[in-house]
Ligand binder design. Structure first.
Ligand SMILES: Nc1nc2c(c(=O)[nH]1)N[C@H]1C(S)=C(S)[C@@H](COP(=O)(O)O)O[C@H]1N2
Ligand SMILES: [Mo]
Length: 389
């Protein structure tokens, strides 16, 4: 589909990969060596969906903890990452500001520290579950994780740079470059969201951000979809109008009025994706149980709203629902773990499904809303349990 970047350039990427491989034999560069070692050593336990770039999702049974460990965190990059040398790296802040900045990593680290524990999810998570299918990386459930990010508030950086009132959007730029003829991954984020919640993070779960996840610094936009979280961040520019280009005008857009599944939607009938949608997943359940004996079902739930209000479980196809117990650990825009004790009444094959509701009253729908880019799938997650007498 033309408005799906991942589908459109699948072929191009494969060709480029061959080109890169040849290039590596003829003139190996530090960047390529770093890329291949990162790609081969990391993510051994993840499901690798693409050879190049590294697109890997986490199996749901490894997402049962409040904090997702760095080496289990899903990875999604549009093309071969470029890993800036932290010693040479700088962050430029310019545009509608009176004092443009260029900061080294040490200078950034000397600014006041701020942390946020929150969910990072790819907009394409669940694309592989849409019917009819949508081309692109066929993510299922695991392109999501919850981590603690530490760095400097975007607000502090913009204040230091003397942000002007004419600024309405922040353009973000990373150090990675696309293959020839492919438009760059240039994005912008609405200023109020970044002033409220944005962080330029240099730590992930207390460690320097791993290369695959944006070393030495990346943007954190709690509650908003992954494509806003620019990795290998090098430049923030304050502007009065939103960024243009393929990744704003065509990709990462959602229909204003979703139509029938499979129906094409012109880009001007779509708006850019911002917030995440309400969603829950089951991460732990027994494949077998005994009638009359309770078993535990566990999972996580989150939303683009700062918190979840409830998670419910149904064992009768969504006719009746029972409340799960929410975990106590929580931070704004983080996920909540939940648990549910289920006592099967009768032997046979049973299906359990989970749905969440957020504090704004939005309820997870039975099916994800089909859209041409295959974004923001949040249909009920179901698992099967075989019950013996
Ligand atoms: N510079 C840069 N930043 C990027 C991307 C990219 O390709 N290049 N991919 C984005 C997308 S689509 C997602 S979902 C997240 C994934 O972050 P992760 O690899 O740390 O999970 O990074 C975002 N930031
Ligand atoms: Mo993404």
């Amino acid at each position: 589909m033309a408005d799906n970047p991942e589908g459109r350039w699948e072929l191009l990427r494969r060709r480029d990969f061959i080109g890169l491989a040849l290039g590596a034999i003829m003139s190996p560069t530090a960047a390529l060596a770093a890329f291949s070692s990162a790609a081969s050593s990391a993510k051994k336990r993840l499901f690798q969906l693409n050879q190049y770039p590294v697109d890997a999702e986490t199996p749901l049974d490894l997402l049962g903890s409040y904090i997702t460990p760095n080496d289990l965190f899903y990875a999604r990059s549009h093309w071969r990452p470029s890993f800036p040398d932290p010693a040479l790296w700088t962050l430029q802040v310019d545009g509608e500001v009176s004092r443009p900045l260029r900061l080294s990593l040490d200078e950034l680290k000397r600014m006041p520290r701020s942390s946020a524990t929150c969910v990072l999810m790819c907009s394409g998570n669940g694309r592989g579950l849409f019917k009819p299918p949508v081309p692109g990386v066929q993510w299922h459930w695991g392109a999501v994780g919850n981590a603690c990010w530490t760095g400097v508030r975007v607000r502090d950086l913009l204040e230091k740079a003397g942000l002007k009132s004419s600024a309405k959007y922040i353009y973000t730029f990373g150090a990675d470059a696309p293959p020839a003829n492919v438009p760059p991954f240039h994005r912008s984020v609405e200023l109020p969201k970044l002033l409220d919640d944005g962080i330029v993070a240099y730590e992930m779960n207390g460690a320097p951000i791993p290369e695959l996840h944006g070393s030495p610094a990346r943007l954190i936009v709690p509650g908003w979809a992954g494509e806003h979280w620019t990795k290998w961040l090098t430049h923030l520019s304050a502007r009065s109008k939103p960024q243009t280009g393929f990744y704003m005008d065509t990709a990462y857009r959602f229909p204003l009025h979703p139509g029938a599944p499979g129906q094409a939607v012109p880009p001007n009938q779509m708006k850019p994706i911002t917030e995440l949608v309400v969603k829950s997943c089951i991460t732990s359940f027994p494949k077998r149980a005994k009638a009359g004996l309770p078993v535990m079902i566990r999972g996580f739930a989150f939303s683009g709203a700062p918190d979840i209000s409830k998670v419910e479980i149904s064992d009768d196809g969504g006719t009746t629902w029972n409340k799960a117990t929410l975990g106590t650990e929580h931070d704004p825009y983080a996920w909540r773990l939940w648990s549910f004790e289920w006592t099967p009444k009768a032997p046979g094959a049973h299906t359990l499904m989970a749905r969440a509701q957020d504090i704004r009253g939005r309820v997870q729908p039975r099916e994800g809303v089909w859209n041409p880019g295959g974004y923001l799938y949040n249909g009920w997650h179901a698992v099967n349990i075989e019950v013996a007498s």
